[in-house]
Design a binder for this molecule. Structure first.
Ligand SMILES: C[S@@+](CC[C@H](N)C(=O)[O-])C[C@H]1O[C@@H](n2cnc3c(N)ncnc32)[C@H](O)[C@@H]1O
Ligand SMILES: [Zn+2]
Length: 933
């Protein structure tokens, strides 16, 4: 049903894009804010100068892939609940903008929406009904930004995920803080202190108290018996030029690490025997040695401990406490090596007493785990093999501790106790992220790169590197992960939030004080479920808003990366798994005692091979969309985030919505990544995040003839208003987001029609392809024409262009400053404009790299094309003006044909940089061309 104006929701009409994007951008920034972002947010908050502190974020509870900014999630949910007649001022106020301003003013700190509560009374007033009667469901809720903010707004929040790590994080982020409030925080704070004390007492003697981090190299024996490090780079501090180099003790046949100010040369020949060194052979040997050594230790063979220092070569030690940038480095001493051996001996001790085996992850890395595929292929088949002996010892001791406390806390407090233990297990998982053989040293930042932040983030795969690191668990690692030291100050108010170094407790404090009392058992809920079968869990026609941020093809491997943490969390929480996974919350056929994540349920798959094709991923999305349509009320909304960069994926999603009976009523381009990453993704592909608003069971307008103009008219109108909405606030330098939103809205329009008047009845796939093809073509034309207004050029500047010129001009506008554009995007636009054959005329296919094509330079476009003529004219004019003066150039303008002049005017205004003009030349040309011919 299409919304009559009276029932339309706010988000279908208006949305404070600039303000929300500014908030989202800040929230997604890490240690520093881009200058532009800072300028925008301080202006918005009305503060002259404000500090940017590391503020608590839900990500601090534990890593989870693809978290969305909570501030934006709040805004999108509220705009989906309120009617279109609510003013943007009231809306922003209800979101908490005024509160944020006040806090920013008082604390002189940049304050994002996430840091303050929404004005719940105002929400209720604007809504005109009890907010708890508004049911918001996030069926693929991951790290929980969406349900968290839905609950904070006062709505009924229901969230689920198929992934047990996500499910636990949802309970930890949303449910437990809301249910138990400050009591939970206090209990966890207390437990955290105890856990650190325990770590010091039990693990302290295996580490140096003044140490912060250890850098190791893997090492193996050469054929001659000499130990060689598997080192490739050895920089400790790249900026100051601090390296590890080795001297080789020819007698003992071991390398002796030294801190050096010179980059050592790579190892090509063996320093002991002079023969060539094969890296592959050394790698294989190390894997064998490592596996054998661990096995011996697990079998209680104490003698094996003597070998640890040569299999894991301690190369350098970063010391604690010398300023924020990281302390100095020292070389290992015999005591350091003895501590490594001691830890290994303790491991054999634990193995001997039989307690070790249930505390470390002995399960095999499943064959289906693609993230750890390379590691498996290298010969590491079991999870526990991803750790060095001392790392395993820390893991085992801490797991034993959490397990014991979990049992005791459960007996004393019931579910609250199990909840408290969950945060301790999350701390352990966080620590493990910084303590495995898959970590690496960050020589620019002077710290450990965790598994998720480096190897996984880079390639969605992890592999064995050369170096690996170890945090000093009892003295530095665990205290950092928990961040428990700061005692609460007297009379501190909830809103006087503290800066954080990224630990668990500061964000838990914020969550507990902000959510306390908002949970209603039986109304709100967190489930382990399969979103594609949502209709089997929730009552039909019961949901107001399905707000979801689904996976995007194979961009992430949720099962693969989280499994590494799951095996750790599961073992630590063994005694409370039944409390954490009660039967009524588990809606899938899987047991929490299974060390494998139920990956068969994950909505994931490759994108379609070619433009216009459909994918298996899409089939699952359709199943989900159809299930969601059943649980939505007739006037309910589906709101979907989409952050995939490729046009074919994008078009498939609109098709899937169409096929599942939805009509898209609006799209918005909302920032969901930090500016740095946003720009990076723009360079890679054309499209970024959009929020898509759709209505289920939609009635569609029938198109009675193939040439029925209704679709075309609707697309033109949409393009115009979308361009104005973005360019009106961002100006011409934000051309790309404007193009993105316009194209998205054009596809959205296509979902509102139904071709019926064709000779052959069209199936649903062909129907949509016809509609989306027309929509894209018309959108490109309408964009080019409407932009003429912004260029101060007459519409005929582009109206009469030949197809190839039109294609080139559009791609030029969409391209990066160095004239690159996504291949798929260019291809699809060419197809829509029926100019595919001309592809080589506009681009250099030979340059196709990483899915991008390089456009030909504007000056290289043939003068047989209108674009080429206008370009040649512009260059001639620019020279003439420079050489003979403005007057003479103006004469030339008068003599030229008016179409060429108009197009020149357009080019100078919209893409002067890309056509190679300097700023002075541009100004000169603007003068010469005047207001056009
Ligand atoms: C993009 S993430 C959501 C991130 C979340 N919005 C946040 O801010 O943290 C997509 C989620 O969909 C989940 N998912 C994938 N297939 C699913 C299925 N069949 N049922 C439920 N959830 C699923 C993944 O586990 C992942 O957590
Ligand atoms: Zn040798």
């Amino acid at each position: 049903m299409s919304a009559a104006p009276g029932e339309a929701k706010l988000i279908e009409r208006k949305f404070p894009l600039v303000e929300v994007n500014a908030m989202a951008e800040c929230e997604m920034s890490f240690k520093t804010l881009a200058r532009e972002t800072r300028a925008r947010i301080t202006e918005l908050l009305g503060v002259e100068k404000a500090k940017w502190k590391g503020l608590p974020k839900i990500n601090n509870l534990m890593y989870y892939p693809a978290r969305r900014p909570a501030s934006a999630a709040r805004a999108v949910t509220l705009a989906s609940a309120l009617g279109a007649d609510v003013s943007l001022d009231d809306f922003k106020n209800a979101l908490g903008f005024e509160r944020a301003k006040e806090v920013a003013r008082k604390s002189e700190t940049i304050t994002i929406l996430f840091m303050v509560d929404p004005q719940r009374e105002l929400v209720a007033k604007l809504l005109g009904r009890d907010p708890k009667s508004v049911v918001v469901v996030d069926p693929m809720a991951g790290g929980g930004s969406i349900p968290l903010e839905a609950l904070r707004l006062g709505f009924a929040a229901i969230a689920g995920d198929y992934n047990p790590v996500a499910y636990l994080l949802l309970r930890a982020t949303v449910e437990f803080p809301a249910k138990y409030g400050r009591k939970l925080y206090e209990l966890v704070a207390e437990e955290a202190r105890k856990m650190i004390e325990y770590a010091r007492a039990e693990l302290g003697r295996y580490y140096g108290e003044g140490d912060k981090n250890y850098v190791f190299f893997r090492a193996a024996r050469h054929d001659c018996g000499g130990v060689l490090p598997l080192a490739r780079t050895s920089a400790l501090n790249r900026k100051r030029g601090i390296y590890v180099s080795f001297e080789y003790d020819k007698q003992a046949k071991v390398p002796v690490p030294k801190i050096s100010d010179k980059q050592p040369p790579p190892l090509i020949t063996c320093p002991y025997c002079g023969r060539l060194v094969s890296e592959g052979a050394l790698q294989a040997k190390w894997v064998e040695e490592h596996a054998k050594l661990l096995e011996a230790l697990l079998n209680g063979n104490e003698g094996a401990a003597d070998r640890v220092a040569e299999v894991y070569l301690l190369a350098a030690i970063q010391q604690a406490g010398r300023g924020r940038r990281g302390g100095g480095y020292r070389s290992p001493t015999p005591e350091d090596l003895e501590r490594l051996r001691e830890a290994a001996r303790e491991l054999t001790e634990m193995a001997g007493s039989g307690e070790l085996h249930s505390l470390i992850p002995l399960a095999p890395i499943p064959a289906g785990n693609e993230v750890f595929e390379d590691v498996r292929e290298a010969g590491l088949r079991y999870w526990y093999q991803l750790f060095s002996p001392r790392q395993l010892l820390a893991l085992a001791k801490l797991a034993a501790y959490v397990r014991r406390r979990a049992e005791e806390l459960r007996d004393e407090y019931g579910e609250l106790g199990a909840a408290a233990a969950l945060y301790l297990a999350l701390a352990l998982a966080k620590l493990v992220n910084y303590n495995s053989l898959l970590t690496e040293w960050h020589a620019s930042k002077q710290n450990i790169r965790d598994v998720t932040g480096s190897r996984y983030a880079r390639g969605k795969k992890v592999e064995l590197g050369y170096d690996f690191c170890e945090a000093v668990a009892p003295y530095a690692g665990l205290p950092w992960v928990l961040e428990a030291e700061e005692e609460e100050e007297e009379g501190e108010e909830a809103e006087d939030f503290e800066a954080t170094r990224g630990g668990i407790l500061p964000v838990l404090k914020l969550l507990c004080s902000s959510l306390e009392g908002l949970w209603r058992e039986g109304v709100d809920g967190v489930y382990l479920w399969d979103a594609t079968r949502l209709d089997e869990v929730l009552p039909h026609s019961s949901v107001d808003i399905v707000h979801v941020d689904p996976p995007y093809y194979d961009q992430h491997d949720y099962s693969g990366i989280t499994e590494f943490f799951w095996v750790v969390i599961q073992q630590a929480l063994l005694p409370v798994l039944d409390q954490l996974f009660p039967r009524e919350r588990v809606k899938i056929d899987w047991s929490p005692y299974d060390p494998e994540i139920p990956r068969r349920l994950e909505v994931r798959g490759e994108p379609p091979k070619e433009v216009g094709a459909l994918s298996a991923f899409g089939t699952k999305i359709s199943a989900f969309l159809k299930a969601a349509a059943k649980v939505l009320k007739t006037d309910g909304l589906l709101v979907l985030w989409y952050a995939y960069g490729k046009l074919q994926g994008w078009e498939e999603l609109f098709y899937r919505l169409y096929e599942s009976g939805y009509k898209v009523t609006k799209t918005w381009q909302v920032w969901s990544e930090s500016r740095q990453r946003f720009t990076a993704s723009l360079a890679k592909a054309f499209l970024t995040s959009i929020v898509i608003v759709a209505r289920p069971n939609a009635g569609r307008v029938p198109l009675l003839r193939a040439e029925d103009p209704q679709l075309e008219e609707a697309v033109r109108a949409t393009v115009k208003s979308s361009l104005d909405a973005v360019l009106g606030v961002y100006g011409l330098d934000q051309l790309q987001p404007a193009l993105v939103t316009s194209l998205a809205d054009a596809f959205a329009v296509a979902t509102g029609f139904r071709p019926v008047g064709y000779e052959e009845p069209l199936g649903v796939t062909a129907s949509f392809r016809t509609l989306s093809g027309t929509a894209l073509k018309v959108a490109v034309e309408a964009i080019l024409e409407h932009l003429a207004q912004y260029a101060g050029a007459p519409a005929y500047a582009v109206g009469a262009l030949d197809d190839v010129s039109r294609l080139y001009l559009f791609l030029l506008l969409a391209a990066t400053p160095d004239l690159r554009v996504s291949y798929d995007f260019a291809n699809r636009v060419a197809q829509a404009l029926r100019a595919s054959a001309a592809f080589d005329t506009v681009s250099l296919k030979a340059e196709k790299k990483e899915g991008m094509v390089l456009l030909r330079r504007p000056s290289e476009i043939s003068t047989n094309l209108k674009f080429g003529r206008a370009m040649a004219f512009t260059l001639k004019l620019s020279e003439l003006a420079e050489r003979a003066g403005v007057r003479v150039a103006e004469e030339a303008v008068k003599e030229a044909d008016r179409e060429t002049v108009a197009l020149a005017c357009y080019l100078v205004a919209l893409c002067w940089k890309k056509i190679g003009l300097s700023e002075e030349r541009r100004d000169l040309l603007v003068k010469v061309l005047g207001g056009g011919p």
